[in-house]
Write a protein that binds this ligand. Structure first.
Ligand code: SAM
Length: 302
């Protein structure tokens, strides 16, 4: 446990999908004046340096946010970026790297969310990794947000439902585990089931990896069944950037391809989200696709 550090993955293609959906969902929910509580069950460190040792070593942002930024004006790139993608770029680059066209600082979900929230909204952050929790707490302290933000070194699966329903009865819950342990898949399902029981009208957003493992394959299908049985609308969006086949190097060694695809499953999504993603996902395939397996899927129901 705890070998996962999001700093290696910040700004990769999965973050591009996840944070585009997060920003679009927050923009919609923040149209109403009533206070919103955002619960981030797996918060990470909050802020990342893309020119630092971790991100530099993995190079994942090069195939994610950097590729999206570099695509502007390049052959095959869309002439006009889909509004939700432009909004994502403006937020993570423009607002966190003022005056720059490239991203040196990459904001994780806690910073993106706090940046968009209003003073009367609340943010509850859960992070268990001792180092990332310390970094997160120190990063958040600099915001001087006082009681608006709570940083908890607790199990997000086990404790986050204590904030549901919030007093204003409006909440977005982001559930973004590392899936380091295969029990995480079952814990996501139990967590969403419990959360829906407590607060059926909340908006829930679950990120999941698409990898050749039965639990991963089953997760969106089981979330869909859960939402349908609860009579709640849902949306499932996924982005594949490359094949999941194990590669053989010229010297005959086997090499895993790295994360080939991921998805976002939402219960009670904004009704505007499907049309926004229908425009954005084909552009992400064109820009972030690494081989002919690149594809997207977008499905909704309820
Ligand atoms: N949500 C972040 C973002 O978008 O910037 C990234 C989160 S990262 C994918 C998952 C994080 O969950 C890791 O930092 C990991 O240490 C933490 N974690 C793992 N198990 C946890 C648990 N049971 N409760 C809370 N945090 C956990």
């Amino acid at each position: 446990m705890f070998s996962y550090r999001h700093a290696f993955h910040a700004g990769n293609h999965a973050d591009v999908l996840k944070h585009t959906v997060l920003i679009a969902t927050l923009d919609y929910l923040l149209e109403k004046e009533t206070a919103l509580t955002v619960v981030d069950t797996h918060a990470g460190a909050g802020l990342y340096r893309l020119d630092g040792d971790y991100a530099g070593a993995s190079g994942e942002a090069t195939q994610g946010i950097m590729r999206l930024l570099a695509s502007k004006g390049s052959p095959g790139a869309p002439e006009v970026m889909a509004p939700v993608l432009q909004r994502y770029i403006d937020t993570v680059v423009g607002d966190f790297n003022p005056g720059k066209t490239s991203a040196r600082i990459y904001p994780g979900s806690p910073f993106i969310t706090h940046h968009l929230l209003r003073d009367h909204d609340k943010l509850k952050l859960f992070e268990l990794h001792p180092t990332d929790w310390r970094t997160l707490a120190a990063n958040i302290e600099q915001l001087e947000a006082g009681r608006q933000i709570a940083v908890l070194r607790e199990d997000g699966f086990g404790s986050a439902t204590k904030f549901l329903p919030p007093p204003s009865r409006r909440a977005l819950v982001l559930c973004d585990p590392s899936y380091e342990m295969k029990t995480d898949y079952g814990r996501v399902l139990d967590f969403i089931a419990e959360a829906l029981k407590r607060f059926a009208t909340g908006t829930y957003a679950v990120w999941y990896p698409i990898i050749p493992r039965p639990e991963a394959h089953d997760l969106p299908r089981r979330l869909k069944t859960m939402a349908t049985k609860a009579g709640k609308p849902w949306l499932n969006a996924s982005l594949t950037v490359k094949s999941s086949k194990i590669l053989t190097t010229p010297t005959g060694e086997s090499r895993r391809p790295g994360l080939p695809a991921s998805g976002m499953f939402l219960v009670n999504p904004p009704f505007t989200l499907k049309a926004q993603l229908a425009e954005a996902l084909p552009q992400l395939v064109a820009i972030l696709g690494q081989d002919r397996n690149a594809a997207f899927a977008l499905d909704a129901g309820g």
